[in-house]
Design a protein around this ligand. Sequence first.
Ligand SMILES: [Zn+2]
Length: 211
Amino acid sequence: MIIRGGTFGPVATNTYIVADARGGSAWVVDPAMGSSAWAHETLSRLEATPVAVLDTHGHWDHIVENHVWAAEGLPVWVAGADADWLEAPSPFNPALFGDLPPTPGVTPARLLADGDVLELGDLRFRLLATPGHSPGCMVALEETHGEALVGDLVFAQGIGRTDFPRSDPRAMLASLERVFAEVPRETRIYPGHGPWAVTLGEAEPYARMFM
Ligand SMILES: [Zn+2]
């Protein structure tokens, strides 16, 4: 299992390329603003074929380059609760980002739900719905390899904000408790912002400062 990360755009959003093996199949996870050239280069270095875009949730900074991949024929996946944000992308706080070019919307090819299992070559990701930061936040856990894409649920030293439109602080607490209970502590996490590949067990005490 291969995961490569890069950090892009006005709020330092992490984009990941996840592949089952060199020369295998790959996902583009959370295509942030300005990530596409890096993502294409990473895919070609890995000789991997991109097969889908996985959006951990529908916030603008994580989906802004969906359209680049959709134009290449890739299906885009997101949880149903955040799907409308993909159809009409725009940041909540445009003033923060200056004069942005308009972001073309995409129609998700598949709406993800809790308990879904996504296969990527011989990798199997189990999805956990983790609402709170946004209604459609998902964690994708590859249990055999002990790696998880966690979006903006939990960071190396903190948790996602819950003061955005449609955020729900109470749901966030329940989602965090669920993940700390269900996901093994030694699982390496790949969050939407900040450092990655720390273990969930290392991140938990920092998260608990905000719970
Ligand atoms: Zn977010």
